[in-house]
Design a protein around this ligand. Sequence first.
Ligand code: TGC
Ligand code: FAD
Length: 387
Amino acid sequence: MSLNPFDLYDVASLLTEEERAIQESVARFTNERVLPIIGDCFDKGQFPKELIAEVADMGLLGATLPEQYGGSNLGYVSYGLICQELERGDSGLRSFVSVQSSLCMYPIYAYGSEEQRMRWLPDMAAGKVIGCFGLTEAHGGSDPASMKTRAVKDGNEWVINGSKMWITNAPMADIAIVWAHTEDGIQGFVIEKGTPGFSVQEIKHKMSLRASATGALFFDNVRVPDANRLPNVKGLKGPLGCLTQARYGITWGPIGAAQACLEEVLAYTKERILFGRPVAATQSAQIKMADMARRITAAQLLSLQLGRLKEADKMQPTQVSIAKWNNCRMAIDIARECRDLLGGAGITTEHAAIRHALNLESVITYEGTETVHQLVVGRELTGINAF
Ligand code: TGC
Ligand code: FAD
C-alpha cells in the first residue's frame, strides 16, 4: 500500500475521530473557499474579509474556549490542525485566526473579569468584534520589556500615551489589547475603536503577508475606564503568556504551508520534461523532495507531541520555542527550494511557493525571531541568560 506523501508516518492515526473530522472540514474550507481567491488577495494586498463570517460559523475563532463564551471547547491538537489547514491556504488567514483567538480572546478569557468575558468573547467568536494585540513598538520588538507606552491612573480612568508597530488586524479591528507600563508593572487594556486620541495607520508596501492587514497604533492621551483594564495579570508574563498560546498554534501553521509547496512541486516536476525526462525522474529532484518530506514528517511529530503536552498541561515555553524555530525554518527553506524547482514559473503568484516563501519571512520573524527562540533554548540548556 502506498503512503500518503503528506503524512508519511500516518499521524492521522494518532488523532481522535473528532480531531480528524475538524481537520477534514477545515481542509475542505481551504480547498473550496481560500485557494481559489488567495493568490488574487495577495496580489492586491487585501485581507479576504468576506471569509470572516464563514470562519466564525465553523467555530474557528476562540476554538479552545468554553462554549459559554462562544468557543467550541476543542482540544489544542484540534486548534493546531485548524492552524495547519488554514496556513496550507495562506499564512495571512492563519494569522487572523491566531491573533483573534490566542492573542485577543485568550487574554480576555485568562486575565479578564467575568463581565469583560461576557462583554466581548461571544461577539469575538461570532466574528462581529475583531481584535488586535499591541505589544511590539518600533524601537525593538524582541525586547518588549523596553516598551515606552505608558498608562497613568487618573481617578477611575487610565490615560495612555505611546504607540505600537507591526500590529496584525489593526486596520480592521474593533478593539485593541494594548500592553503598557504602569506604576504597578506592565498591564493590559482593551481600547475600543473610536476612543478619542486613538488612531490607526495601515502599513503599506509589504512584500510578505500581503493578504493580512497590518498597522501601527497611536495613543495620544487616550482615556479608558478602569473597567477596560485586564485585572488578573501584572508584569511581562501577561503578554508572554499570550505569546505562548499563539506560538503553539504557529508551530502547526508552517507545516501546512510546506505541504502546499511540496504538493505543488510533486505535480509540477512530474509534468515538466527536460532533457527528455520528467524533472521528477532525476536523482537530484527526488533527493530534494524526499528531504522536504523528511523535514515535514519531523515537524508534524514535534507539533503533535507538543499538543499532547499542552493538553496534559505540561507544555513548557522552551518546548514551544524549539518547535516554532524548527517548523518555521523547515517551512521557509522548503518554500524557497520549491520556488527553485518551479524555475521561472515559480516567481509569480500563479504558483503558491513564492507566496508562502514571502509570507514565511514574517512568520519566522513575528512571535519571537528565530534568534530569540534559539536564545530561549540556549538559556534553558546553560542556565545563562544571553539576551
Ligand atoms: P523573562 O525574564 O524571561 O520573563 C518575564 C516573565 O515572563 C515569564 N515568561 C513567560 N510566561 C509565559 N510564556 C512565556 N513564553 C514566558 N517567557 C517568560 C517569566 O516566567 C517571567 O515571569 P515572572 O513571574 O518571573 O515575572 O523576560 P525577558 O525580558 O528576559 O524576555 C525574554 C524574551 C526575549 C524571550 C521575551 O522578551 C520575548 O519573547 N521576546 C520576543 C517578543 C515577541 O515574541 N513578540 C511578539 C509580539 S506579538 C506578534 O508577533 C504577533 S504576530 C501575529 C500572529 O501571531 O499571527
Ligand atoms: P528587532 O527586535 O529589532 O530585531 C532585529 C534583529 O535583531 C532580528 O534579527 C533579531 O533576531 C535580532 N536580535 C534581537 N535580539 C537579539 C539578541 N539578543 N542577540 C542577537 N540578535 C538579536 N507584534 C505585535 O505586538 N502584534 C502583532 O499583531 C504583530 N504582528 C506582526 C505582523 C507582521 C507581518 C510582522 C512582520 C510583525 C508583527 N509583529 C507584531 C511584530 C513582531 O513580533 C516583531 O517584528 C518581532 O518580535 C521582532 O521585533 P522587531 O521587528 O522590532 O525586530
